[in-house]
Design a protein around this ligand. Structure first.
Ligand code: MSP
Length: 512
């Protein structure tokens, strides 16, 4: 297990690319998981960043007449601005061009080089290289002679490289994955990795001499480190591998590397083997989610026609955006983005569901009780709301622990549905008779208390809407300080609290 800290990472993104909703899917899912663990009171460390070395970057810079450093400095902020608008609460942002990272990569390289097993050796490499992937392919991996990911021509490259003896790590990797079945999720991905390992692993080159935009090998600085060896190491850089041993001992191994399925081989084969060779423990879990398509078509990594998150954020707002992707797609499977489906989710689950529930309850509290939460006094008036809420909240937490993101939200929206239905059954808006005022008070108490619990449960997926709801309910203690499971237990709303019906949480969107 991760030591004292729940340590979760996204991959680091290529600054050259235009951010699209596929990248954002990865970032939002990671943030959702991280925020849930924070709500449980765990110390969380959520890492993200940019992958700034390699030939692809050097070439792009040259085309622009810039140095590679100037180019990445200009590109990298385009990623942070997306994460800012998506409310991604990362704790550290690493750029592989930072000195702390150079130190860590060189230290890991030295550790592997000097491990006494000759795991790094000099050889000649000839192969077919896709610059966009920064990876070699064999003839039969190509589709019609093109890179299977980018559908672009590959280049034949010949160079003297240092190699990493991956072939010596097959058995150790298999032993590791047999002893830790949870180390790769979901199961289909685990099976894929196991069969790749069983079919035999080939050594891979870890240095380049044909360009210089990278980290020099400490023992032979004509060579720069291969960008994947460099990039993967970011996960230990940020944990303090080279400069903070005590912190590293608390942080490492990472609990979850949250990645897309296209970079599974690097994360579940190269990376643990590199760590084993450097005498560092492998990560606890690699979670490989599926790929997002648009109109059934693949958004390739470099596809500039991919949908930019801002296009949707401008229409839906951040909470609805985050909700849609996490609710609509089963984490682990591929999913297709559809604008119509997003509008539909927004209107059904948010505007009519949670939004309507909130405005009805707060409006009635306002008109009948001057917004002040009344006492609950009529036994039975709460019906099954407390039990339905408790049961669904428990399921939500179990699903989140198991990284079952969509089922966790489905469970939460069962509470929304039940609470809306409860109001329809009780028809509090029809209670005009003063003798039934206690009953009206009790119904509104139960409804408002359900809203309070919902605010806590939705905080990881919709931090903004949850905070607004929380303050509309008049809650004083910051929502950030709430802790599960306690905060989701019935009865936390104190009579006498002053609520205020404010802005509508989720205005309805027209289908046009
Ligand atoms: N720089 C490497 C990762 C190095 S990690 C040590 C890289 N970067 S990337 O920008 O191409 O991809 C970043 C993440 O976005 C990956 O997890 C990738 O799977 C994810 N996605 C990119 N396109 C995607 C979709 N269309 N759908 C879902 N996730 C997608 O790879």
């Amino acid at each position: 297990m991760g030591r004292d800290v729940f340590y979760i990472t996204t991959p680091i993104y290529y600054p050259n690319d235009v951010p699209h909703i596929g990248h954002a899917y990865n970032a939002v899912a990671t943030d959702f998981i991280a925020r849930f663990h924070r709500l449980r009171g765990e110390e969380v460390f959520h890492l993200t960043g940019t992958d700034e070395h390699g030939l692809k970057i050097q070439r792009a810079a040259k085309e622009q007449g810039m140095t590679a450093q100037e180019w990445v400095d200009a590109m990298e902020p385009r990623w942070r601005e997306v994460w800012a608008r998506l409310d991604i609460a990362y704790d550290d942002y690493i750029r592989t061009t930072e000195p702390r990272h150079t130190a860590a990569v060189q230290e890991l390289l030295e550790a592997v080089h000097d491990n006494g097993k000759d795991d790094i050796y000099l050889g000649t490499y000839e192969g077919l290289y896709c610059v966009s992937c920064e990876a070699y392919y064999t003839e039969d991996e190509l589709i019609d002679g093109l890179c299977p990911i980018h559908e672009r021509p590959v280049e034949r490259m010949v160079e003297e490289n240092y190699f990493f003896r991956l072939s010596a790590y097959g058995d150790r990797l298999l032993e590791h994955y047999e002893a830790h079945p949870e180390a790769i999720e979901p199961e289909t991905r685990r099976n894929e990795v196991l069969s790749t390992i069983r079919s035999g692993l080939q050594d891979f080159s870890i240095s380049r001499t044909t360009f210089d935009w990278g980290i020099p090998l400490p023992w032979d600085p004509k060579h720069v480190c291969y960008v994947w060896f460099d990039a993967l190491t970011n996960y230990i850089t940020a944990a303090g591998y080279a400069d903070a041993p005590e912190r590293f001992a608390r942080m490492w191994p990472a609990n979850i590397h949250s990645i897309g399925k296209d970079i599974l081989r690097q994360h579940a084969i190269y990376w643990p083997a590199m760590l084993m060779a450097g005498n560092v423990e492998p990560p606890t879990q690699v979670w490989a989610h599926g790929f997002l398509t648009v109109g059934g078509k693949k958004m390739s990594k470099t596809n500039a026609t991919g949908v930019h998150p801002f296009e949707l954020l401008d229409v839906f707002g951040v909470d609805s955006y985050r909700y849609y992707f996490m609710r609509e797609i089963q984490f682990g499977q591929d999913g297709s983005f559809s604008y119509e489906a997003m509008v539909e989710r927004h209107n059904a689950d948010l505007a009519n569901g949670l939004g309507n529930l909130t405005s009805r309850v707060l409006a009635m509290l306002g008109s009948h009780f001057d917004g002040v939460v009344p006492e609950f006094s009529v036994a039975g008036a709460e019906s099954d709301l407390p039990s339905v809420t408790a049961e669904a909240a428990a399921r939500y937490q179990t699903h989140m622990q198991g990284v079952e993101l969509s089922p966790a939200l489905t469970a939460t929206w069962e509470i929304v549905a039940r609470a809306n239905h409860y109001l329809v059954e009780k028809e509090p808006w029809k209670i005009k008779d003063g003798s039934r005022r206690d009953e009206l008070a009790s119904i509104l108490y139960a409804s408002a208390e359900t809203l309070r619990i919902l605010a806590v449960l939705i905080f990881p997926i919709m931090p903004r809407a949850a905070s607004v709801l929380w303050s509309q309910l008049g809650m004083r203690e910051p929502i950030e300080d709430q802790r599960l499971p306690h905060a989701a237990e019935w009865g936390g709303l104190a009579p006498g609290t002053t609520t205020a019906k404010g802005e509508s949480l989720f205005p309805r969107l027209e289908t046009e």
